[in-house]
Design a protein around this ligand. Structure first.
Ligand SMILES: CC(C)(COP(=O)(O)OP(=O)(O)OC[C@H]1O[C@@H](n2cnc3c(N)ncnc32)[C@H](O)[C@@H]1OP(=O)(O)O)[C@@H](O)C(=O)NCCC(=O)NCCS
Length: 154
């Protein structure tokens, strides 16, 4: 993800359908903030949310790993896919790849997914990437279900 992806990220995170389980669709400025945050994460952590695209270079969405304030700090597996590309298995493939990426690094014991109750598609992606319910937690002022996978078990 780089500054050149602003239009693409706005088409993703500015979409009311994609953002159903968030407070609101993101403005262009907020999408630039999202890119800036990920570029800082790449520099600091060596990872962040990455762009998902098809082999032909068609933009699909984003997926990757970010530190989140759950249980101190926990590494979250996150994903967003454009409506026209949903239901094709992209989020599952990307989430599994991101999980494998961090498992191979060997320096993190577990990953989580922070999921709003009722976000069925996100729950299925988490389950298919090997995560299961860990606990409930308040995140950004709302109750969420925290899914978790222990990386040293597999
Ligand atoms: C969650 C999301 C990334 C899934 O992306 P996707 O590429 O469509 O997911 P996949 O095609 O890999 O599908 C994974 C599973 O979810 C299921 N699924 C997909 N969309 C669904 C929906 N709207 N309702 C119920 N299940 C759904 C699929 O059927 C599949 O399960 P199955 O193999 O048992 O049939 C996508 O719906 C999205 O971007 N949602 C909005 C953003 C969001 O909420 N992100 C997660 C924040 S925690």
């Amino acid at each position: 993800m780089s500054d050149d992806d602003l239009d693409l990220m706005e088409s993703l995170l500015g979409d009311p359908v994609v953002m159903t389980h968030y407070d609101h669709p993101k403005s262009r400025g907020e999408c630039q903030g999202w890119i800036d945050w990920n570029m800082r994460n790449y520099a600091r952590d060596g990872f962040g949310l990455w762009i998902i695209e098809t082999e032909d270079g068609d933009f699909v969405g984003d997926c990757g790993l970010t530190w989140q304030p759950i249980d101190g700090e926990s590494l979250e597996l996150g994903y967003h896919v454009l409506p026209r590309h949903q239901g094709k298995g992209f989020a599952t493939e990307a989430a599994r790849a991101a999980r494998e990426f961090v498992r191979r690094r060997g320096d993190v014991d577990f990953v989580i997914a922070i999921i709003a109750p009722g976000n069925t598609a996100s729950i299925r992606v988490a389950e298919k990437a090997g995560l299961s319910v860990w606990k409930h937690a308040n995140y950004h002022g709302r109750e969420h279900v925290i899914y978790r996978a222990d990386l040293n078990m597999t």
